[in-house]
Design a protein around this ligand. Structure first.
Ligand SMILES: Cc1cc2nc3c(=O)[nH]c(=O)nc-3n(C[C@H](O)[C@H](O)[C@H](O)COP(=O)(O)OP(=O)(O)OC[C@H]3O[C@@H](n4cnc5c(N)ncnc54)[C@H](O)[C@@H]3O)c2cc1C
Length: 562
């Protein structure tokens, strides 16, 4: 029996950029394979629980394979903590099933409502990155349905390129059907937590740096609107799993008990604008004052320590229909001043990040597109309609890239991403990603079979000339009937071109596309934001993010077969 598909309007967790796709919920690997085999031009992408922020698991006009019905734990070894499961099993399900046996997920993001497939696809990190790395480090193998329609069992040893291209590869190399993961042994399901309130950013960073070794899990919640001497004041919570002797006597009867607490739901309708500079300043003040100056040895549950936001399902609705934009960057430890400068800009512009989190990452894993690398990481959630948000994020991009960091779950600006035309219906297999290191730059450019675009392809020009060029190219593309010609207009340094309301115009103006069949690209502040979904949608459009300080870049991407 063929799997039913239905047309669904999808967004990521931030609820921005909705698109419509055919969504199927196959219940087995065979059904997934049949779906992929029969897929037409729009391609296919996997979707877990849709907890990623931007448009990672959407595929406008194409097919989205939800793994919601693939939720079986296939095998588990209670001695080694090695579990094999289908890709749609959530981290919460693993906790419910395996905590009673004394095993916890090796890495947990700030929500446990993510699937194992999604955790590998985004190579998620948690509060323990400095100690345990990101999720893929604990994955022993996975079964991947590739573009050719075959299922490959991939391990880091058997096929390191495919393994590390898939880990953090955002679903671009195929659909993960099953995975085998090594869990972490715990004696109880409670944590011993220390809390400290810090006065400012120096204090916060000093405390985080000096306690790295003491805790497996650490995070600082930071007041992004605090100014002057209080800039970067934070509440730092750090913890380790408790031993049986450390928990309360009454809890020792069931030391590994885990209650996936019933979630309260947020009302369906919130007005846009509820989260604004005033309300966030008030909430920050209350949160900061409520926290103890210093408290040690508090026993907390997994839910309270790791997933406080899971307490309310659909909490993303509080941002109203316009949704919110998550922005996270990492910069090397030597560039700690970027954290200070970015907080200064955010508080000066009164940009209300509802959740602002500062952490220290340990060394990144070999995932080609994995986000974490050694350094400071700041995560921010802004209402999508925050005034000046576009220019602010572009300015943060500049600071981060200049410092040799990375932002979003994408690599730094000097990384090029090449999508080779796929042999089968899945859109991007294999993905080749290489940093534009000195060696890479010297490598032969433009291999005949690729549509790779590099920085050198950018034409740097003034605005007037650029407009003429773009119009010429658009006219040419339209008259030639090209179906896969895209022109990207990249404004690399918007802050130097101020207008009275830059955020509004920039949001629309950064990216334009010209072609008979392509619709204009969605609002985007930066070429980075086009990301995987756009690249996939345009099938053969290569995306390269230029580094350096170009003011304006215009590029034409014509796949070889046009
Ligand atoms: C409250 C909250 C807190 C968060 N905290 C963190 C955090 O601390 N650290 C962190 O790293 N992330 C964090 N995230 C982001 C989240 O962990 C990731 O985006 C995760 O990938 C979501 O998993 P998902 O199952 O919902 O996948 P989706 O959002 O549905 O998909 C994510 C990506 O994985 C791909 N994918 C999904 N399933 C498969 C599959 N079977 N095969 C191949 N590719 C697949 C998709 O194509 C997509 O590109 C947080 C999100 C929320 C909402």
């Amino acid at each position: 029996m063929s799997t039913v598909t239905r047309s669904v309007r999808l967004t990521g967790w931030g609820r921005t950029e909705p698109t419509v796709a055919d969504v199927a919920e196959p219940a087995s690997a065979d059904e997934v394979a049949a779906l992929v085999k029969g897929v037409a031009g729009g391609g296919v992408i996997a979707r877990g629980l849709g907890r990623s922020y931007n448009n990672a698991a959407q595929n406008d006009g194409g097919l989205v394979v939800s793994t919601a019905a693939m939720r079986d734990v296939l095998s588990f070894d209670p001695d080694t903590g090695v579990v094999s499961c289908e890709a749609g099993v959530s981290l919460e399900q693993l906790m419910i099933r395996l905590l009673p046996a004394g095993w916890f997920v090796p890495v947990s993001p700030g929500t446990r409502q993510v699937t194992v497939g999604g955790a590998i696809g985004a190579d998620v990190h948690g509060k323990n990155h400095h100690a345990a790395g990101s999720f893929a480090r604990h994955v022993l193998s996975f079964d991947l349905l590739t573009a050719r329609g075959d299922v490959r069992t991939v391990t880091p040893e058997s096929d390191p390129d495919l393994f590390w291209g898939t880990a953090g590869g955002m679903g671009l190399t195929g659909i993960i059907l099953r995975a085998t993961v090594r869990l972490k042994r715990v004696e109880t399901s409670r944590l011993v937590v220390d809390t400290v309130r810090t006065a400012n950013i120096d204090d916060t960073m000093e405390h985080l740096s000096s306690t790295d070794e003491d805790y497996d899990y650490t995070v600082a919640w930071t007041d992004c609107l605090a100014t002057r001497g209080a800039l970067g004041r934070s509440v730092i919570t750090s913890g380790n799993f408790a031993t049986t002797r450390e928990i309360r006597f009454k809890d020792r009867v069931k030391p590994l008990e885990f209650k996936a607490s019933a979630l309260a739901g947020a009302p369906p309708v919130f007005a846009s604008g509820l989260i604004n500079a005033r309300t966030v300043a008030l909430l920050n003040e209350a949160w900061f004052r409520k926290a103890p100056r210093r408290r040690t040895g508090e026993i907390q549950t997994i839910g309270k320590f790791f997933h406080p936001l899971d307490g309310i399902s659909n909490w993303n609705r509080v941002y109203g229909p316009a949704g919110f934009r998550q922005y996270q960057y990492v910069v090397p430890f030597a560039s700690a001043d970027v954290v200070r400068r970015s907080l200064e800009r955010i508080s000066a512009l009164r940009a209300p990040s509802f959740v602002t989190v500062l952490k220290r990452f340990g060394p990144g894993d070999p995932g080609m597109l994995s986000f974490p690398m050694s350094g400071w990481t700041l995560a921010l959630d802004f209402p999508a309609r925050t005034p000046w948000l576009g220019p602010l994020l572009a300015e943060l991009d500049e600071m981060v890239l200049e410092a040799g960091g990375a932002r979003g779950s994408r690599p730094s600006g000097s990384v090029q991403l090449r999508l080779v035309p796929p042999p089968g219906p899945v859109m991007a297999e294999p993905v080749t990603v290489r940093p534009a290191s000195a060696a890479a730059r010297q490598a032969p450019r433009r291999p005949p079979d690729s549509n790779e675009v590099t920085r050198d392809d950018c034409v740097i020009m003034g605005l007037g000339r650029a407009i003429v060029h773009v119009l010429t190219i658009a006219t040419f593309a339209a008259t030639a009937g090209a179906s896969r010609v895209a022109v990207f207009v990249i404004w690399k340094d918007p802050m130097s071109y101020r207008t009275p309301h830059p955020s509004r115009s920039w949001d629309r103006a950064y990216c334009g596309a010209a072609s008979r069949r392509l619709r204009p690209a969605p609002a985007s502040q930066h070429l980075n934001d086009l990301g995987c979904d756009e690249a996939r949608r345009r099938s053969q459009v290569a995306v390269a993010v230029p580094d350096g300080d170009e003011a304006f870049g215009c590029r034409l991407v014509i796949p070889p077969d046009v």
